[in-house]
Write a protein that binds this ligand. Sequence first.
Ligand code: DAH
Length: 378
Amino acid sequence: MSAPNKSYDPVEVEALKPEEIARMRDEALAAFAAAGDLAALHEAKIAHIGDRSPLALANREIGALPPHAKADAGKRVGGTRAEVGRALATRQEELEAERDARVLVEEAVDVTLPGDRITPGARHPLTTLSERIEDIFVAMGYEVAEGPEVEAEWFNFDALNFTPDHPARAMQDTFFVRSAGAADAAAEGESGVVLRTHTSPVQVRSMLDREPPIYVVCPGRVYRTDELDATHTPVFHQVELLAIDEGLTMADLKGTMDHMVSALFGEGVSTRVRPNYFPFTEPSAEMDMQCYVCRGASVGDPDHPCRTCSSEGWIELGGCGMVNPRVLIACGIDPEKYSGFAFGFGIERMLMFRHNVEDMRDMVEGDVRFTRPFGMEI
Ligand code: DAH
């Protein structure tokens, strides 16, 4: 700022010369006109009428002028600032109107466009099939029972009357978490630990937990040391059934299996039993169900072969039998008073022949293209 000067001529102060003020005005107006959007206009505003703009600095010079010169310079600078301010406001309005018009076009919503489709997934058919089987038994008064997948060898084998040297215990079938012979287990006199190889240990747990009569259905995951291929998987599912009551016979077992297969595969589909051996049942049997597709008609009729049962007329389902009295005793149940039946079968296998699934790997890969056709069954 210049020092007060009595003989001062405003025209001599560089910043207050009329042509300087006019130049500042012209530059400001040109900058506003050139600003293409509101952000650029804001920049131009700071540059041309902000606190540090040439016009603001010139305005400050006025204070230093002698009184007689102030009015003249004040009028010129004030008038120019007002004019520049109006030009700014006009340009601001123009740019705002342009922006609003653009937003209307760019952000327009076409309410006639179709919405995004969310494709529904599906529950895994292994889950829905085992729930359907559970429901059949729950409707008959059975209770759903579960047990751990990491199981004591005692529940998985010993209590079920598998002798210590039974081949089913062998390393090539069973995933051992800790073998009974392991130094720490042996020292504590403890059972080994395995990934359960079947759902039958849940029979033992159910008998130890409850007083007869006992009616339980036990679905669950089981493990065996098989390689994954089209017909094997090291992790699969079984459903186990156990009934303990007074006076139960093979006839009750047969009637119960018949009811299950006709509920699952159609009225009139029945079962048959063939002799077999399991350590925990006596007598033991293999259970087959009648082929629900040809119902036996393809047997001996080469002109009408059946893919589902390979024209056998029967489909192998699983194992069954009357609970071995030795198992009842191990579970604290008096075999003189009570008898029981049990059966167990694999869900993957059932899913394969029920829905023509040809490769087991499809069931474990988690591809929605496999699960979706089964639908959203709840
Ligand atoms: N646990 C047997 C297996 O996995 C199947 C089985 C056979 C279950 C006979 C039973 C039964 O309940 O009574 O091979």
